[in-house]
Design a protein around this ligand. Structure first.
Ligand code: FMN
Length: 192
């Protein structure tokens, strides 16, 4: 049975606090198996994962820099360089994509994006269970046409986010969570 304490002790770890070693190939394969346990209406399997590590992170950094220049033409050299360095913070970035089918009569795009998001959550929990840290981020590059093209996305596809993964250099104290009662109510019928 799942260890609920394990789920309750997961928290995102900033890419700045992630370092080598990254999960082994066997661990990665396991993590993707866990990802594919996400709910998936119609079995459309919308999720795609692109592993970026080593020197390839520089290529991603170049895309980030171009994305910033497109979004903010007045960006300073320093800001552009900071964008270029972003994917180098963590030793591994898994880019999570959703290939969205638009003409399925039963499964609208939002459900497919939810599926891909659920796959990410499964991976966050899996990496935590393996003793690694991870954090999903988006920012300007996630919505940039140049980045989207580089990952082969069509108009209706989504770039869900950049999942940073690595060994935790310095684990922050466990953040306290809000009590769920502010978000949960018994529903007893339509609002009057
Ligand atoms: C789709 C998505 C995109 C996100 N993008 C960012 C981001 O660009 N920068 C950021 O600081 N947090 C981002 N977050 C939030 C973090 O991943 C994380 O959930 C947050 O820091 C809270 O940490 P927790 O996972 O421990 O609750 C994003 C979350 C989601 C679901």
């Amino acid at each position: 049975m799942a260890d609920l304490e394990l789920l309750l002790s997961r928290q995102s770890v900033s890419p700045r606090l992630l370092e080598e070693p990254v999960p082994s190939e066997t661990e990665l394969e396991r993590a993707f198996q866990v990802a594919l346990h996400a709910p998936d209406h119609g079995g459309l399997q919308p999720w795609r994962f692109r592993i970026v590590r080593g020197d390839n992170r520089h290529k991603l950094g170049d895309l980030y820099a171009e994305a910033l220049k497109r979004k903010t033409p007045e960006a300073t050299e320093q800001q552009i360089e900071a964008a270029r360095q972003k994917p180098l913070r963590a030793p591994m970035v898994i880019v999570v994509l959703a290939k969205v089918t638009t003409n399925n009569p039963k499964v609208p795009p939002v459900e497919q994006i939810v599926s891909a998001g659920a796959a990410v959550q499964n991976m966050l929990n899996c990496f935590h269970a393996m003793g690694y840290g991870a954090m999903l981020v988006t920012g300007v590059p996630a919505y940039d046409e140049g980045v989207r093209t580089a990952f082969g996305l069509a108009e209706d596809d989504a770039l869900i986010g950049f999942l940073n993964v690595g060994t935790v250099a310095d684990m922050p104290a466990l953040r306290e969570r809000k009590a769920p009662d502010g978000y949960v109510e018994e529903w007893s019928g339509p609002a009057a």
